[in-house]
Write a protein that binds this ligand. Sequence first.
Ligand SMILES: NC(=O)c1ccc[n+]([C@@H]2O[C@H](COP(=O)([O-])OP(=O)(O)OC[C@H]3O[C@@H](n4cnc5c(N)ncnc54)[C@H](O)[C@@H]3O)[C@@H](O)[C@H]2O)c1
Length: 346
Amino acid sequence: MSIGRVGMFGGKFLPFPHLGHVYAMIQASTMVDELHVIVSHDAAFEEALCTGGKTRFESATMRLRWWTQLTKDLPHVQVHAVYEEQTGAFSDWERGRDGILKAIGKEIDVVFSSEHAYTPIFSKLYPQAKHIIIDAKREQYAISGTKIRNEGVMKHWAMIPKVVQPHYAKKVVVVGTESCGKSTLVKNLATLYNTTYVEEYGRTFYEKLGGCEGITIKSDYAEIAFEHKYHEKMELQKANKVLFIDTEAIVTQYFSQAYLDQTQPILGAISKIQHYDLWLFLEPDVTWVDDGTRSFGADNIREQNNNLLKELLAKNKIEYKVIKGDFQTRLNEAMTHVDALVTEEN
Ligand SMILES: NC(=O)c1ccc[n+]([C@@H]2O[C@H](COP(=O)([O-])OP(=O)(O)OC[C@H]3O[C@@H](n4cnc5c(N)ncnc54)[C@H](O)[C@@H]3O)[C@@H](O)[C@H]2O)c1
């Protein structure tokens, strides 16, 4: 049953709208003909609020973008970003009210929040409106923006909406020359961290062609790199805190140099814009396995290629963790680095 025509649900939603906010918004959306979500923002005040905490500041544009995604299937819900100069006092809200009314462009009948403490200020600013309090005890989603800012995103992962999670998921890329155990390590790590992974697309590409020896052509490399990036984007949507990735544009460039003795400018350009939170470099000190799509098995060639890849990484100023030794040592070393990464807050 509609309790009013125009509803308003406002907040800072800092660093992002969490599931408690989403719950309040969806509940509110069922009670009014149209609902306006207001992202009140003041970057200087909010940056200070995040300083010393465990999450980074997020711009009003990002918060508006997430709310836009969260409400895209609710045509009667509109989102607005409104600048509201803040000092942390209730008196600030009076200044914000004019911007809110201008953004909505019509009289507000209902204001929503989860706070009894907001009733006096709302009755002063919006005397004609009812104040509806949703889940004051926060029983449905026991979370707050302050808790996330103080304790970090990883600790409260389950309270982060799916549209926000990819922004915070850590990307771990595993690099190395052929037959150094990349694909097995990537899959094992994904299984152990209960998350998703991205396979080396070059391998799939040549398997589809039936082989790679002597049939490689220049245009393969851009296609491999683009397809690989697409899979990264898709898997990141599903990642649970961390995504494991086998190979990236610099390794693909290494293959272009090793197979065709050519450097591909497009791979150079991609190398400059891609970002990973952790690079694991696998030394080729495990037994060579000929899987039918591989070349370069002789020890001196493996060594030479390993140096070529290291040179390319150095040229791109990549800092990586070296993983070597037997398979158990490699797994344990990799896990130590990943554990440090996912407990480190951003
Ligand atoms: N000028 C105005 O009229 C007006 C009105 C409302 C809000 N504001 C702005 O928003 C700010 C208030 O929001 P905030 O930053 O303190 O809070 P916030 O951004 O974390 O929360 C926004 C709203 O969500 C509710 N909420 C939070 N966690 C919830 C949960 N787990 N379950 C259900 N609901 C939950 C809050 O009660 C609040 O109503 C003020 O500082 C002000 O700048 C302004």
